[in-house]
Design a binder for this molecule. Structure first.
Ligand SMILES: [Zn+2]
Length: 244
């Protein structure tokens, strides 16, 4: 179950957030809609016929086929939590809106919970977010470029030639609805490393557009197509340190 399915758009105001997720009922409804968008599906047998009941303040679904009883938080990171969903949702909102991440101490202050609770929550949420990004495969039109992180030594070369910068592959997919997926991967620009990256990070349907750095051609080993555009050289883009 991915918390990412619940939309925490960038720039969502706190007022709007409270309007959408300010009560346990609203959080529960968002969770149900994200988990079973077309109605209840039994996690054990896949059946859809069910009955519902309340027990100890929790809403239960019981499958009519296998009698499995489940709640909306069963099998999610909220399972067995003592914290109300409103705290978790606020934590997710704060983490997803922060430009430079948010410390466990800040989270503790905003949520009114103990430091250890805030630390554990942040850790759990970051794990889910990282797992989601690691398993994401880009598709459609994907632009790739080489990028570099790190300062320049006096007299050092800039961009690709610099010996004191960390090389990254920057891949950007733009969807038809205007969503932007960015994938930054630390790697050496060799034919094999690019091929390996492509197999892991690209769907076979991807159409890769690059400026033609020679090793980028090996993205086709993943089944993707490759289109070469010549940008006329210049300095490769630099990644701000907060982005990593
Ligand atoms: Zn069932």
């Amino acid at each position: 179950m991915g918390i990412n399915k619940i939309q925490f758009q960038k720039g969502l105001s706190m007022a709007k957030f409270m309007e959408n997720y300010g009560t346990e009922d609203k959080c529960q409804a968002a969770l149900v809609a994200s988990r079973w968008p077309t109605g209840f599906v039994c996690p054990k047998c896949g059946g859809t016929h069910h009955s519902t009941f309340e027990r100890r303040g929790l809403h239960y679904w019981q499958c009519s086929m296998c009698r499995e009883q489940t709640t909306a938080i069963c099998g999610t990171i909220f399972h067995a939590t003592k914290l109300p969903l409103t705290r978790w949702f606020l934590g997710m909102h704060l983490l997803s809106q922060a430009k430079n991440s948010i410390s466990a101490l800040e989270l503790k202050r905003h949520l009114g919970v103990r430091y250890k609770t805030a630390w554990l929550m942040k850790h759990k949420l970051m794990q889910v977010m990282t797992g989601r990004e690691e398993s994401r495969q880009l598709s459609g039109r994907v632009e790739i470029d080489d990028a570099y992180l790190g300062g320049e030594l006096p007299g050092g070369k800039s961009g690709r030639g610099s010996e004191n910068k960390v090389p990254f592959l920057a891949a950007v997919q733009t969807t038809e609805t205007g969503q932007l997926f960015v994938c930054l991967t630390k790697l050496e620009f060799t034919k094999d490393a690019i091929a390996q990256w492509a197999k892991k990070s690209l769907r076979a349907s991807a159409n890769v557009v690059s400026d033609g750095l020679w090793c980028f051609r090996s993205v086709t080993e993943s089944g993707a197509t490759h289109e070469r555009t010549v940008t006329g050289g210049g300095v490769a883009c630099e990644i701000p340190s907060w982005a990593i």
